[in-house]
Write a protein that binds this ligand. Structure first.
Ligand SMILES: *[C@@H]1O[C@H](CO)[C@@H](O)[C@H](O)[C@H]1NC(C)=O
Ligand SMILES: *[C@@H]1O[C@H](CO)[C@@H](O)[C@H](O)[C@H]1NC(C)=O
Ligand SMILES: *[C@@H]1O[C@H](CO)[C@@H](O)[C@H](O)[C@H]1NC(C)=O
Ligand SMILES: *[C@@H]1O[C@H](CO)[C@@H](O)[C@H](O)[C@H]1NC(C)=O
Length: 438
């Protein structure tokens, strides 16, 4: 059975950070605090993990031939010899902290990607077959081929992504892969000038089209070009549990911030793919936005974070709302956090009915505040709670609803779908037996 913990983690991730907690302080100096500093609540996995498989083990570095400065071998996807940070440039000398540039120029039929990360993380990703070419699911590919948005000049506000048709809630608006992924450990370990030089090299190792796309991205007013590009465009994602990486996803970086966003992103490490998904119906002509800050962040903190990291003076509808409305919003976001903790507590202490009641409140408040949990995730939680409580009719009912919704959702990862299937296969026979009075 899928573990409830993983699901709740997924939901809490969704609430904790709807989108891009971009790299914090990347343009300041050598020290870069991970985005988690802002709230301590899974900001590294904005919409939760898309996959959870404790059986997947990270292969040891070296096993796959990922050793500094050796020629690429047939077992590794690298199309160029990995270039690693030399002894004199790093602080730590443990094996897992050797940082290299890994480039796969063939990634996603020639899009290419460069990673600057530890050999351990690189081996983990190779072990997940993240670099194997897998055809995108038909639906996702179709959606991607006819984008529901265009990048246009917004009256006096620079460029943004605008819906070209009505977009349903839960629709996948954008599917993107990283041109560049940089481990925050690397940012910590390596001195500023080496850091910039290596990031520049990583970008220049990309195939021409992708490389040009990165260099043409917008910049903030950072002193150094690399930092200005990273600062203005990087999204953070988690790889291998705690390995926070900042990535340049060229398409996703076109989406602007709002504290009342209509979309959020989620990342799949097994496919190195990011999806932007709509929170609720987006009308044709509406700008598509994501929150760069965890949604429950307090207003003052939110403003400071936006200002410090992107130089944004928040102009979204919530920031411009009346004092009264802003206070209301503060209160309900606080409430959403409390409720989430209560669900976990009740569940952990075996009070399943309490957890169910609280989950329903939590659903209502988050719908009201327009930071709704997506329906399938909510139904997954209810199904598992009913299962634990022994209410098999509802467990089946909500399990089936979740499954149908995951199918409709057509996510890049089939994991949630698979979890929902496995769950139903377990519950259904027991429920049937009981119904027949056996
Ligand atoms: C680096 O390795 C040497 C021996 O190989 C060890 O004495 C030293 O403590 C290590 N330094 C760090 C920072 O781990
Ligand atoms: C939206 O993002 C673009 C960069 O993609 C930037 O130039 C523009 O100023 C942003 N607009 C707002 C309102 O933040
Ligand atoms: C909003 O909250 C602030 C600080 O908590 C308070 O000073 C202010 O009076 C409140 N405004 C309204 C309209 O409730
Ligand atoms: C099943 O779920 C509904 C909520 O959708 C609830 O009203 C009902 O009481 C539940 N039934 C049982 C037996 O728990």
């Amino acid at each position: 059975m899928a573990t409830l913990g993983a699901r709740l983690f997924l939901i809490s991730g969704l609430l904790a950070a709807t989108a891009a907690p971009h790299v914090s302080g990347i343009h300041s100096s050598t020290s870069t605090s991970p985005p988690s500093a802002i709230s301590g609540q899974c900001p590294n996995q904005p919409a939760g993990r898309l996959e959870y498989d404790p059986l997947r083990k990270c292969p040891l570095p070296g096993v796959l031939g990922i050793i500094p400065d050796i020629e690429p071998s047939p077992e590794t996807p690298w199309t160029l010899t990995p270039k690693c940070v030399g002894e004199e440039q790093k602080i730590s000398n443990t094996t897992s902290r050797v940082h290299c540039i890994f480039t796969d120029g063939n990634f996603r039929t020639g899009h290419g990607t460069s990673l600057i990360t530890t050999t351990t993380v690189a081996a983990h990703l190779v072990g997940l077959e993240a670099f194997n070419d897998r055809p995108a699911r038909l639906e996702a590919a179709k959606r991607d081929a006819v984008p529901a948005y265009e990048i246009v000049e917004l009256e006096g506000r620079g460029k943004g992504a605008v819906a070209t048709r009505d977009i349903r809630r839960g629709e996948i608006i954008m599917v993107d892969v990283p041109a560049l992924l940089v481990g925050t450990e690397f940012l910590h370990d390596v001195r500023a000038h080496h850091r910039r030089r290596l990031i520049k090299q990583a970008i220049n190792r990309l195939p021409g089209k992708t490389r040009d796309e990165v260099w043409s991205l917008s910049r903030n007013n950072g002193e150094y070009e690399i930092d200005a590009i990273m600062g203005a465009n990087a999204n953070s994602v988690a790889i291998s549990d705690n390995g926070i990486h900042v990535g340049i996803f060229p398409k996703v970086s076109r989406i602007n911030h709002s504290c009342r966003p209509n979309a959020y992103y989620r990342f799949s490490e097994t496919r190195l793919t990011m999806e932007v998904v709509s929170y609720h119906t987006i009308e044709k002509g509406e700008e598509i936005t994501m929150s760069y800050v965890p949604l429950e962040t307090k207003r003052q903190e939110r403003r400071k974070y936006l200002q410090d990291n992107w130089g944004i003076d928040c102009q979204c509808s919530l920031c411009k709302a009346s004092d009264y409305d802003q206070n209301e919003s503060e209160a309900s976001r606080g409430r959403i956090n409390e409720l989430r903790d209560s669900i976990l507590n009740a569940r952990n202490n075996g009070f399943f009915q309490d957890a169910i009641n609280i989950a329903e409140d939590w659903h209502l408040v988050s719908e009201w505040e327009r930071v709704p949990p997506l329906a399938p995730e909510y139904h997954d939680i209810l199904a598992e709670l009913y299962w634990r409580k022994g209410e098999l009719v509802n467990a089946t009912r909500f399990g089936r609803m979740a499954l149908d919704e995951w199918v409709k959702f057509g996510s890049v990862d089939d994991d949630q779908l698979e979890h929902a299937r496995v769950f139903l296969n377990q519950v259904w026979p027991v429920a049937e037996k009981r119904r027949k009075g056996e």
